[in-house]
Design a protein around this ligand. Structure first.
Ligand SMILES: Nc1nc2c(c(=O)[nH]1)N[C@H]1C(S)=C(S)[C@@H](COP(=O)(O)O)O[C@H]1N2
Ligand SMILES: [Mo]
Length: 326
């Protein structure tokens, strides 16, 4: 997160490859027709936006896509072109730069065992495929604001995190949900940087986890999630800075202790537990008042709770003496 050599909107042309996987692009073309994709910056639409994502087209989940769109979440800006969202990533397991998408394809997604444990009635082990097939999928068009002050707008497919919490049957003593990523240093070069506190960890309060906006994401742009965006299963909590939205989760642990997240462990003066977006509170080393929308030449003002206050502000109303915005 601290290392930055190229600006956020830089896209190496030679990294783009033709799409080799066939997908039903019905929804995609509908949106193009409706003019909701970024069409004003000279980026031509269609094939050029697509990259090969490396997720099996014929997998057991392909029949679940595309999922119906939940109209509750309305964007104030165009969707970011798919090619940018899938080629400009933060995924430190594969390096501390943005160009990780090829490397991330080495992550084996089948089988992917999930564990739900800690303060629950009975620990559960099941595969990501089993879980996803149990859940009704929906699409949500959401903003995502990285703490580095760039942003994207993405059609994510997934289900409410609340559905997983209900399935886990947490005990009344459970106050937090800790989520843990994979630990595969033989596969993920970033995990051989042993001074970093692997595996990646994030946490939410149970109240945040069961809030309607907290989403487990298994797809994007009407297709299964590409490796580099956190396949097979990642969190999206769009009112918080991007680092809270942990990718490629393997374990959900219910606990009475507030988890210390990956970035807090590295730099506790710069990154905290809550990490709610607030343009008025600068990062110790840069302003958070505006953001660069990837794929656009515009900087736009950042909004409190990334514009999602109506859904989440109540969660923080009674909290005093907490660093809610770092
Ligand atoms: N496991 C894991 N999850 C992660 C990260 C990471 O490095 N590892 N980076 C975070 C950060 S800083 C951001 S901004 C988003 C980026 O998601 P995207 O690449 O899908 O846009 O993922 C978040 N989740
Ligand atoms: Mo980020």
């Amino acid at each position: 997160m601290l290392v930055k050599t190229t600006p956020g909107w830089f896209l190496p042309e030679n990294e783009a490859t033709p799409e080799i996987i066939f997908w039903n692009r019905r929804d995609f073309s509908k949106r193009v027709a409706a003019g909701t994709l970024l069409g004003t910056t000279g980026i031509s639409l269609g094939k050029k936006l697509c990259v090969s994502t490396g997720y099996a087209a014929e997998g057991p989940l392909s029949n679940l896509f595309p999922a119906p769109t939940n109209d509750l979440y309305v964007l104030d800006r165009p969707l970011t072109p798919e090619r940018l969202v899938t080629t400009y990533n933060n995924f430190f397991e594969f390096g501390s730069h943005k160009n990780v998408w090829k490397s991330a394809m080495r992550l084996p997604l089948q089988p992917w065992q999930l564990r739900l444990d800690g303060l629950v009635e009975k620990p559960i082990t099941l595969s990501a495929d089993e879980l996803i097939q149990k859940m009704g999928l929906e699409e949500r068009l959401l903003r995502h604001r990285c703490v580095e002050a760039w942003s994207i707008a993405v059609p994510w497919t997934g289900f409410p995190l609340k559905s997983l919490v209900d399935m886990a049957r947490p005990l009344s003593g459970a106050k937090y949900l800790k989520m843990t990523g994979f630990d595969l240093p033989d596969i993920a070069p970033g995990q051989r940087q042993t001074w970093l506190p692997w595996p990646y960890v994030e946490g939410l309060t149970i109240n945040e986890a069961v809030n309607e906006m907290s989403m487990l994401v298994v797809g994007a742009y009407g297709k299964p999630l590409p490796h580099q965006n956190g396949a097979p299963l990642r969190l999206i909590v769009p009112w918080k800075y991007g680092f809270k939205s942990i990718k490629s989760i393997q374990q959900f642990t219910f606990t009475d202790e507030r988890p210390v997240n990956f970035w807090q462990e590295i730099a506790s003066k710069e990154y905290g537990f809550w990490a709610n977006v607030n343009p008025q509170i600068p990062h110790p080393r840069w302003s958070q008042s505006t953001e660069k929308m990837l794929g656009s030449n515009e900087r736009v003002p950042t909004q409190l709770y990334n514009g999602y206050g109506e859904f989440v502000a109540h969660l923080y109303a009674d909290l005093k003496n907490e660093s809610l915005y770092m």
